[in-house]
Design a protein around this ligand. Structure first.
Ligand code: CA
Length: 242
């Protein structure tokens, strides 16, 4: 029986992975291995080009080195996160970098520490691409409405209802709730929330975020003093639990 072997052994065919890495030998080795596994491998050798390619090609996954010329991996990640939830795997070299990556300050989904084996890298890539993402996420579009328990948010009309009853929120507070609800279970740092809602030009205090969280809690929690929907993750930020 003759089976087209490539199709059978390459379940990953069609998924694209963008690798942003300035060490050319390492870049070539990663590309080679990804392609051998059936992925479409795209590459860039500095942060700026990586950013451009990420928004043009909309890859299914990003492998991002931390130390990059022109724009480092942290900055690239921060800018990408403002418009996309593409899974990001960091390549880190130093302990200091690792602390920041692990601290989830940046919205990275996973990381590997150099030097790493190709087998380990490919296993991570495979696992990350298996995690479910909504089709709207893949297209980079926000969902039209988000429901959780008795809460329903409709983005186009900027309306929130609780148990069918309309609830009013100030615009930024509404956006904050929408951001957290759209990523249920994911922790956002105050810095990430400021970036997403106020933009990178905002000069101010992360306490602004705390104030908005308090306003939202007063509207959606049974007891705003003991919140169970928007929870505080000590030392990190906030998470919507449902
Ligand atoms: Ca590098």
């Amino acid at each position: 029986m003759s089976t087209p072997r490539n199709e059978v052994t390459s379940p990953a065919t069609g998924k694209s992975v963008l690798v942003v890495e300035d060490e050319e030998n390492l870049l070539a080795a990663i590309k080679y291995n990804l392609e051998r596994e059936g992925y479409r491998a795209l590459s860039a050798t500095d942060g700026e080009r990586g950013l451009t390619k990420a928004s043009q090609e909309r890859p299914d996954l990003l492998i991002l080195d931390v130390m990059l010329p022109r724009l480092d991996g942290f900055e690239v990640c921060r800018l990408i996160r403002r418009e996309s939830d593409v899974p990001i795997l960091f390549l880190t070299a130093r302990d200091q970098e690792m602390d920041r990556v692990v601290g989830l300050e940046l919205g990275a989904d996973d990381y590997v520490v150099k030097p790493f084996s190709m087998r380990e890298l490919l296993a991570r890539v495979k696992a990350m691409l298996r995690r479910p993402r909504s089709s709207r996420d893949e297209r980079g579009e926000p969902p039209e409405s988000i429901v959780s328990g008795d809460l329903e948010i409709t983005l186009s009309s900027h309306t929130l209802t609780r148990g069918g009853e309309p609830v009013t929120l100030k615009p930024r507070a509404f956006e904050l709730l929408a951001l957290l609800m759209a990523h249920k279970g994911r922790v956002f740092t105050r810095g990430q929330i400021l970036d997403r809602l106020w933009g990178m030009d905002f000069i101010g205090d992360a306490r602004t975020v705390d104030v908005h969280v308090r306003w939202v809690r007063e509207k959606i929690e049974d007891d705003a003093g003991k919140p169970s929907r928007i929870v505080t993750v000590r030392g990190v930020g906030y998470r919507f639990d449902g």
